[in-house]
Ligand binder design. Structure first.
Ligand SMILES: *[C@@H]1O[C@H](CO)[C@@H](O)[C@H](O)[C@H]1NC(C)=O
Ligand SMILES: *[C@@H]1O[C@H](CO)[C@@H](O)[C@H](O)[C@H]1NC(C)=O
Ligand SMILES: *[C@@H]1O[C@H](CO)[C@@H](O)[C@H](O)[C@H]1NC(C)=O
Length: 226
């Protein structure tokens, strides 16, 4: 189905539907997981991704490529930054990993040889990319993951580290003024929405800190998103 047809169907659906998509049951929390919701176009990837949680596929010491996996529990994230940084959209999204616990930040890597090709996302040891963070919608609604004007996509791919037979839903970012026309054939556009979860206390001796973990608006359960 072409992007144009899909958009037309969506438009029709919202006209005939008595109850357009309206997520409910909002709560707030310092900890959250990130849940994928497919935006389009409608196509099957070899890995199911609707409602799947973001996690890292280990690809080297302290390095993980972001993937979606519907059968795994997902990574617990928090939004790190002062109130002013949150207001300016320059906070970051962190998780804790390793022993002792160390910050692992959501990180975006521009393609150095081809600026128009999708941006790689990773969960790597360190502070992450400032500005890869949650939007701040008005009216107490939950935000979603954002990085400037970029759109997230999930792509049906292999990862060199795992060999040619294991397929992943690899999450990347498209920086394009017209995302719909440039979504690669093996990818769909997604939103990543925060699902409330408890941010565990840090054991003593941790290298991470939750001092600047913000309370964010999030969905109470998966059924409030799907
Ligand atoms: C978290 O945010 C605070 C406040 O800006 C900053 O001092 C700290 O370095 C950040 N932590 C990481 C791991 O980026
Ligand atoms: C950068 O883009 C080129 C051309 O699209 C692609 O072949 C290459 O794999 C990309 N590099 C990374 C690190 O994604
Ligand atoms: C998802 O996680 C399960 C359980 O760890 C694993 O068996 C499966 O291979 C993973 N799938 C992908 C696509 O990563």
């Amino acid at each position: 189905m072409s992007a144009k047809v899909f958009t037309a169907l969506l438009a029709t659906a919202s006209v005939i539907s008595a109850a357009p998509f309206q997520p409910r049951a909002l709560s707030s929390s310092k900890g959250f997981k990130l849940v994928a919701r497919i935006v389009g176009p409608s196509k099957d990837l070899s890995v199911p991704i609707q409602g799947a949680l973001l996690e890292g596929a280990h690809v080297g010491a302290g390095m993980s490529t972001t993937v979606l996996n519907a059968t795994n529990p997902g990574v617990i994230f928090y939004q790190n930054g002062t109130a002013e940084e949150v207001q300016q959209g320059v906070s970051s999204i962190l998780s804790d990993g390793g022993t002792p616990l160390f910050p692992f930040g959501l990180s975006a890597y521009l393609n150095s040889t081809d600026a128009a090709s999708p941006v790689a996302l990773a969960i790597n040891g360190g502070i992450g990319t400032t500005g890869v963070t949650l939007t701040k919608p008005a009216g107490g609604r939950a935000g979603e993951l954002e990085w400037g004007a970029a759109s997230f996509i999930a792509c049906d791919e292999t990862l060199a580290y795992y060999g040619p037979s294991w397929r992943f839903a690899v999450v990347k970012d498209l920086v394009s003024p017209n995302v719909k026309s440039v979504i690669p054939d093996n990818c769909v556009q997604i939103n990543l929405l925060p699902l409330c979860t408890t941010l565990p206390d840090l054991p003593s001796g941790s290298m991470s800190s939750h001092e600047f973990a913000n309370e964010i608006a999030c969905y109470e359960s998966l059924s409030d998103i799907n």
